[in-house]
Write a protein that binds this ligand. Structure first.
Ligand SMILES: [Cu+2]
Length: 128
């Protein structure tokens, strides 16, 4: 019966510990009360640079619902063209442009630059 006693003691200790954050009404707060801080917003947006002639980073991993934004930073024109049927296509754009998509389906997607070809400029988006 020693074991059972030890267990019930543990339960009692756990119960006391779990109540420590509670402050009875009328007493000053103990610093642990109150709602936790709102968590940081989801990673949300992922940035990819479109340079001459590269994407940086070349692969990104995001969650469903996340957005990805490509920013054109090079001097030459490029596109972000997905290889999947009816996939997103930024069209050919130049410095200062940006292109944003929101990922709605998990999968692995590849894209390339229509100007320079997949062997020169290609990237991957993994949606989890
Ligand atoms: Cu290009």
């Amino acid at each position: 019966m020693k074991v059972v006693r030890a267990l019930s003691l543990l339960v009692a200790v756990a119960a006391v510990l779990s109540c420590q954050a509670d402050v009875p009404p009328g007493l000053p707060g103990n610093g642990t009360g109150g709602g936790g801080p709102g968590g940081p917003p989801g990673s949300g947006s992922n940035l990819v640079k479109v340079g001459d002639n590269f994407y940086a980073p070349t692969s990104v991993t995001v969650s469903v619902g996340d957005s990805i934004v490509w920013n054109w930073v090079g001097n030459n024109q490029h596109s972000v063209t997905f290889t999947q049927t009816n996939g997103p296509d930024s069209g050919i754009q130049g410095n200062g442009s940006s292109f944003k998509i929101v990922e709605t389906q998990s999968g692995v997607y590849t894209y390339y630059c229509k100007v320079h070809g997949a062997s020169v400029m290609s990237g991957t988006v993994t949606v989890q």
